[in-house]
Design a binder for this molecule. Structure first.
Ligand code: CA
Length: 229
């Protein structure tokens, strides 16, 4: 079995088309027309991946994604947002509220399947990974939690992934393109400046704890995590 996918989408033809495609690919597929319908399905049988439409009647997809991330029981369910919006700001916002990826309608079946595979590959080892700690900064990939001296640091899932990648690959310089591949996944078409946005946010998150200078800019190349200052 390839995994359980729950689609939350108000347009019946899209549900039908995706249901057909995903089941043909070997996924277990369930569908909901809105958040109200999705809630009991998630509580009942936790999906391995959530395909979540942005524009939904009632509670919209972005607000629902935020709720899922704020609930300890559901916070690590991978989410791909389906969006009709083409604005870069909305895409960044989508990633910022905790979506693992987004895909803009209309999309090809091939593109969607590639993204599903990439997100699942990236997230399936969440349970198996261990806690990493550098100079008092501790990351737990299972709970997606960062602590400094046992104190919780408020961090978004994307910033977490970025920091986790850096901390497990210290002292090496990565270009924006390499970071996109490593942190966002190879089949994701995010613009390079999105990396800069997230680097800025990550530094801001770490600033009160004085870890922000571990994230270093290497001029005209990219970024590096280093505890040597
Ligand atoms: Ca919709």
């Amino acid at each position: 079995m390839k995994g359980k996918i729950l689609l939350v989408e108000d347009e019946a033809p899209i549900r039908e088309m995706l249901g057909y495609t995903l089941m043909k690919e070997g996924y277990t597929f369930r569908e909901a027309a809105d958040v109200e319908e999705a809630r009991p399905l998630i509580a009942d049988d936790r999906p391995d991946l959530l395909l979540l439409d942005w524009m939904l009647p009632g509670m919209n997809g972005a607000d629902y994604a935020r709720r899922i991330r704020n609930n300890p029981d559901t916070r690590d369910i991978p989410i791909i947002m389906l969006t009709a919006r083409g604005e870069e700001a909305d895409k960044v916002r989508g990633l910022d509220i905790g979506a693992d990826d987004y895909i803009t309608k209309p999309f090809s079946t091939r593109e969607l399947l590639a993204r599903i595979r990439a997100v699942m590959r990236r997230t399936k080892n969440r349970d198996g990974e261990g806690v990493v700690s550098v100079k008092g900064l501790t990351l737990d990939p299972v709970t997606i939690r960062v602590t400094v001296d046992e104190q919780d640091v408020d961090i978004s899932p994307t910033e977490f992934r970025l920091l986790h990648f850096f901390i497990t690959h210290p002292e090496r310089v990565y270009t924006r393109d390499q970071l996109l591949d490593q942190v966002w996944g190879q089949n994701v078409y995010v613009e390079e400046r999105t990396v800069d946005v997230h680097i800025r946010r990550l530094r801001k998150t770490l600033e009160p704890y004085k870890y922000n200078h571990f994230i270093q800019t290497v001029r005209s190349v990219g970024y590096r995590f280093s505890t040597r200052i």
